[in-house]
Design a protein around this ligand. Sequence first.
Ligand code: ADP
Length: 482
Amino acid sequence: MSSVQIREQAYIDGAWTTPSTQKTYQIVNPATGEVLANVADCSADDATLAVEAAHRAFGPWSKKTAKERSVILKKWFDLIMEHQAELARMMTMECGKPINESMGEVVYGASFVEWFAEEAKRVYGDIIPPPKGDRKVMAIKQPIGVSTAITPWNFPLAMITRKCAPALAAGCTAVVKPAEATPLTALALAELGAKAGLPKGVFNVVTASHGKDVGAVLTQHPLVKKVSFTGSTPVGKQLLKQAADTVKKSSMELGGNAPFIVFDDADIDAAISGAIASKYRNTGQTCVCVNRFLVQDGIYDQFAKALADRVSKMTIGNGLEESTEQGPLINQAAINKVTELVDDATSSGANVLTGGPRSDIGSLFYAPTVLTNVTDKMRVFNEEIFGPVAPLFRFKTEEDAIRMANDTPFGLAAYFYTQDMGRIWRVAESLEYGMVGINEGIISTEVAPFGGVKESGLGREGSKYGIDEYVEIKYLCLGGLD
Ligand code: ADP
């Protein structure tokens, strides 16, 4: 088995491509500061070439049978899994994620390719009972055309496959702009896609040190028919406005402010395990990470102590070490944000049970932290922390918990722990969130629809619904049949 190389050029129209500007930019390991690669810094012109290539490839790719596309996608899945360890290492080096989590992300990311290889064959239409006897009424589904994906650094592989696997399965072609910090995994994915037999132009990767210029093309070019974005809410809103000018179908997976509600009747051990998994995964840097723990009065002190005990034992370090549970944050801006939010809380009376900055092991490390005595007047109630800090808010009644949980413009993931069946159903229905974990802290899977409501986004990824984002429904009326 040949190994996956570090690629530094962009991948456009089936070729490793030097950008028109000849410019490159550095990719840096956040754990060590080491420069890993000098990657193509593409311009709007390069993005345009990629969109045009994807447009040329669309006709032949969409005309293949679903089975033919499925066979290639399945091969891509196999190759990703064969290279799991190498891809995981690459990912850990570029984003700092602990290696065990990176190994898990490869499995998770690959699962979308496998799932949609299967779903490709199930894009069914309808034959509808007609309103008059002389006609037949049908609805068929057709691939929408060139799709673009703008993705974040916290899941360098899975956020690409979650968008591009359904696109390619449906018969669309794709242009990806990976996050500036994590292009290496995306380029490795392109290499494996080519080996699997993706024809040139079907899957393109345009790397850039800043999102803006390439992003403008990917959201505004008339040949682009679908835009899919995962990232921050302000950028998502901007891209949605850009896409509006040409009325492009858009999926947005944006920020969250996930509540994790622990009721007095919860199984506390299960709640602690769920809390650790959900809060501290990827060092608190996922969009479904818990942002606010809402803990009922009667169990608050016990929960706080048990959580702090577990958290204080977590191993922090370079993600490449097997024992590491918490890696570095992605950059200095992330450290600054976490520091500001914790300072804001403590200056208004919050207590630090465990955690704090860890500059002794590197400038981008922050120890997993638990804060008690936190109130809804503090910034952590409203702002996405995106770091390893667990603020514990106190509530009295079920109504209070639901009100606090929904008191945010966001609505991505929510979690709650209770043993009461009636409460399970009441609370699940009342939460204004796209996804709810009930007695469960890790909910992402390729078989279920991932996505948010309110300002957390539009559209669903994964599951049988994920492919709908990449097809148009066309109504055919066949008349004159008398
Ligand atoms: P994060 O906080 O996760 O970095 P961002 O929303 O800043 O979230 O970035 C997510 C993705 O959006 C990245 O690929 C980034 O390059 C891209 N991006 C950021 N700003 C823009 C923009 N103005 N236009 C297009 N893409 C952008």
